[in-house]
Write a protein that binds this ligand. Structure first.
Ligand code: ADP
Ligand code: MG
Length: 136
């Protein structure tokens, strides 16, 4: 069960994960505010060779980036519960990695085949990060 001791280690974990990913997938991120979800997405971007600065898309809902694969970064923090979730329409899901912060808020719309990453704050710099791969 991985525990990271710095933001850099969390980014490295994400880079390692994304290196194994060769086809489009949804990465659902769970965990409280400050747990490291955005830091993890920065690591995904780095692993995909994306040079842009990753800013949390809290107010725009989604930002997209181009690298080895497309990266769609969604943040549902401002959404209580999704009634419908348009970005999951097939075109989007089929051509890149879709990383979703606060994925619990779109629970009804998450594709079955996904990677789940759960973050838990252990102390100021320590995070427990559990990755479950349901891509089969
Ligand atoms: P979230 O998106 O889950 O709300 P962020 O990734 O924006 O959280 O912020 C995580 C904060 O915690 C950052 O300020 C980061 O520097 C800090 N931090 C400290 N230790 C870690 C760690 N091990 N992994 C990730 N972030 C960490
Ligand atoms: Mg965030």
């Amino acid at each position: 069960m991985p525990t990271t001791k710095s933001p850099e280690e969390t980014m490295q974990l994400a880079e390692n994960l994304v290196r194994e990913i060769k086809s489009p997938v949804c990465i659902a991120l769970f965990g409280e505010l400050g747990a490291g979800k955005t830091v993890f997405v920065k690591g995904l971007a780095k692993g995909l060779g994306i040079k842009d600065i990753i800013k949390s898309p809290t107010f725009v809902l989604m930002r997209s980036y181009s690298g080895r694969m497309k990266l769609y970064h969604i943040d549902l923090y401002r959404i209580k519960k999704c009634e419908e979730f348009l970005p999951f329409e097939e075109t989007l899901m089929n051509d890149g990695i879709t990383a979703i912060e606060w994925a619990d808020r779109a629970a009804d719309f998450l594709p079955d085949k996904r990677v789940e990453v759960c973050f838990k704050i252990l102390s100021s710099d320590k995070r427990k990060i559990i990755i479950n791969d349901y891509r089969d």
